[in-house]
Design a protein. Structure first.
Length: 386
């Protein structure tokens, strides 16, 4: 059972896609409620057009979208004239269930448009033997088995560079919040603990200005964060990573150090490395033992880089002064997590790139990657081979 909305042929002869809503109400723009699943398909309702339809369907590529996307993304896909959105999980806040996604990934699917909440593993890839591209609306691809994709000849698309500024901006904000005890102060106000002005109540142990920042991972975002901290707060920059990066470090006058030495010398430790086998739980009990008692931790990279049990121990015992994180493990962080009981921890819900301009650019980049990969063209932003 379906309802057909719109359709026909454009003036230039190109087909207009019909919107099918299987047993679901129409979207709000049409007087109903937006459905969770949409299917956009080339249609020719008259019997006289059946032969033309069959020929077009033979040449039409089919893709799956795993979350609600801006209309401009759907328009970008439709403009190709050769791609049908076979399945679309049209929910803004709820990930598509893994079982549903597996059902959608069939042998007639050519492309997958996904988010970092969608696990793309070998089982999913095996279900779609003709898959040409996995296009993720993210810069990180740790939710995708990249090696499995590349061994099958499947391109992985991602969205680098576009979220650098937004994430670096947030990291600066979290840094100031951690040093100046925003979380503790805000909680104190809500609890009625703000009795009167007191000269040494809620003071921080050091000033942001002139402090030493230790950056774990001096990549694009790490360098952008460092630039902001240097120009705004005249900070000294230390950094660690697999190897020195003189091109990025030179303009910052940044010093390369082993991780343990960086932790021992930094007032502020900010994580900007990617998640890998080597960096999972990089910040563990041993790492926290090297940090200064007045120091703070900032994480805008990936949650599993920090061992959250070790973080709890470090914060609750005041081995470090405070932390501010935009990423957790798992995500979302359960409300029962003991971390949320700590007044010296600020937790944000993974909003590093959450500005409308940034997210719209990411969405369109992912759409361009998807269209190019499905049509066999060069993918503008393909993840490097691993």
């Amino acid at each position: 059972k379906m309802r057909v909305v719109g359709g026909g042929v454009r003036n230039g002869g190109g087909p207009i896609r019909y919107h099918y809503y299987y047993g679901r109400p129409l979207p709000q723009c049409c007087g109903g409620v937006a459905p969770a699943e949409r299917e956009y398909a080339i249609a020719a309702p008259s019997s006289g057009q059946q032969q033309q339809q069959q020929h077009h369907n033979h040449n039409t590529r089919r893709v799956v979208l795993t979350r609600q996307v801006p209309q401009r993304v759907l328009d970008r896909i439709a403009q190709s004239g050769q791609i049908t959105v076979a399945h679309h999980w049209d929910e803004p806040h709820t990930p598509v269930p893994s079982a549903t996604l597996r059902q959608w990934m069939r042998d007639d699917i050519d492309g997958l448009y996904c988010l970092l909440t969608d696990k793309v593993d070998e089982e999913l890839l095996d279900a779609a033997p003709h898959l040409k591209i996995v296009s993720s609306m993210s810069v990180g691809v740790d939710h995708i088995n990249v090696k499995a994709c590349q061994s099958r000849g499947i391109t992985v698309g991602y969205t680098p560079n576009v979220l650098t500024d937004a994430t670096a901006d947030l990291a600066v904000g979290l840094t100031v919040a951690a040093v100046r005890r925003f979380s503790e102060g805000e909680r104190a106000v809500r609890k009625g603990e703000w009795a009167t002005w007191s000269p040494f109540w809620m003071t921080s142990d050091f000033d942001v200005t002139g402090s030493t920042i230790g950056i774990i991972g001096l990549g694009r975002i790490g360098a952008a964060y460092a630039q902001r901290m240097v120009s705004a707060f005249n900070c000294k920059v230390l950094y660690s990573g697999p190897r020195p990066k003189p091109e990025e470090a030179g303009p910052l006058n940044a010093e390369y150090l082993p991780l343990t030495e960086l932790l021992a010398k930094s007032d502020i430790v900010s994580i900007h490395c990617g998640l890998s086998k080597e960096t999972k739980h990089l910040m563990n009990d041993d790492a926290f033992s090297h940090m200064r008692p007045h120091s703070v931790l900032v994480n805008t990279s990936r949650g599993p880089i920090v061992d959250q049990h070790a973080l709890y121990r470090a914060l609750s015992s005041r081995k470090i002064a405070s932390a501010a994180i935009d990423v957790t493990d798992p995500e979302p962080l359960p409300t029962s997590s003991p971390l949320l009981e700590l007044s010296n921890l600020l937790v944000l819900p993974h909003v590093g790139s959450a500005t409308n301009p940034t997210r719209n650019r990411m969405a369109l980049m992912a759409a361009d990657n998807l269209v190019a990969g499905v049509l066999g063209n060069k993918v503008p932003h393909a993840f490097p081979r691993v």
